[in-house]
Design a protein around this ligand. Sequence first.
Ligand SMILES: NC(=O)c1ccc[n+]([C@@H]2O[C@H](COP(=O)([O-])OP(=O)(O)OC[C@H]3O[C@@H](n4cnc5c(N)ncnc54)[C@H](OP(=O)(O)O)[C@@H]3O)[C@@H](O)[C@H]2O)c1
Length: 297
Amino acid sequence: MKIAVIGANGQLGSDVVSEFTRNGDEVLSLTREHVDIRSLESVRRLLDAAKPAVIVNTAAMHHVENCEREPLEAYSTNSIGARNLALAAREVKAVLVHVSTDYVFDGAKMQPYLEGDLAVPLNVYGNTKLAGEFFIRATTQKYFIVRTSALFGTHPCRAKGGRNFVELMLKLSGERNEVRVVNDEFVSPTFTGDLARQIMLLSRSEQFGLYHATAEGSCSWYEFAQAIFEVTKTRVNLQIASSNEFPAKVPRPKYSVLENQELKKKGLNSFRTWQAGLQSYLHSAGHLKYANSAMAL
Ligand SMILES: NC(=O)c1ccc[n+]([C@@H]2O[C@H](COP(=O)([O-])OP(=O)(O)OC[C@H]3O[C@@H](n4cnc5c(N)ncnc54)[C@H](OP(=O)(O)O)[C@@H]3O)[C@@H](O)[C@H]2O)c1
C-alpha cells in the first residue's frame, strides 16, 4: 500500500515511517518542505498527485505554552490542518489516521479515561486538538483518531527542543546531586515504537473510529523517573517535588491516563506495559546492553 506520513521527521513520524517500511509498504516521508497542513491548497496539491491509500498525520503544534501564546497559529495547525487533511483524504478516497492527545481531558475523573468520556480541555492546545477531531469526524468516514499520551522515542521531539523525559532525567542525574520530580501528575508513558506499530496494525483494519492508544498501565512522573534510574542502574538522589515547586504556566490535567477500551473490544490492542516500552527505548537509545536488562516487567 502507498502510505503518506506527514510530520515524517518528527519523534513519532520517524517511527511510523520505519514501521510501514518494515511492513513492505511504499512510504512517502513528508515534512514541512513537502506540505504545510495549514493550507488546503498545499494539502490538496500533494495528495491529488500522490494518491496514497493511507495518510498518517503526526504533524502538530503541541508545545503547550506556545499554543497558549499563539492560539491562532495553534488552531490553524491542529484544527484547520486536521480539517484540510480530512477533506483531501475524502477526495482521494484515502484512509486518514490522525494522532490526537490525552490533553483533551481535564483530569478530574482520576480514573482511566474511556473514548466515550466527555472531553473538556483545560488549555488552548487541548482545545485545538479536540476541534481537529471534530472536523475529521464531520468530514470523512474513513478515519482513525488515535489519542495518545506522554510520548518518548529515539528521534528528537521537534516541538520540545529534542530531549524527551527519559533523556532529561539521565542528563540531570549526571549534573545534579539531587533530581526532583512531581508525584501528583499521572500519565501512561508511551514508546513511539509501540505506538507506530499500533498505528500500522489499526490502518490495516476497517474498524474506523476514535481510539485511545497508550502503553498499558500508568504512573506519576516521579515513578517514571524512578523506573528510568532503576533500569539504567543510575545512582541518583531522586526526591518528590512539592506541588508548588514547578508552577505550571498553563493549566494541564493532573491525571490523563487513557484506557484503550475500543482497541481491546475489537481485539486490536497491541500495547505492552510502559515499563516494557521503556526497556525497549533504553536498548534502542544505547543506554542498556541486552544482558543488563534487570527490571521485572
Ligand atoms: N510528544 C508527546 O508527548 C505527545 C503526547 C500526546 C500526543 N502527542 C501528539 O503526537 C503527535 C506527534 O508528536 P511528536 O512528539 O512526534 O511531535 P514532533 O516531534 O514535534 O513532530 C511534529 C512534526 O509536525 C511537523 N509540523 C508542524 N506543523 C506543521 C505544518 N503546519 N505542516 C506540516 N508539518 C508540520 C513538524 O515539523 P517542523 O519541526 O519542521 O515544524 C514536526 O516534524 C502530535 O500530533 C502530538 O499532538 C504528542
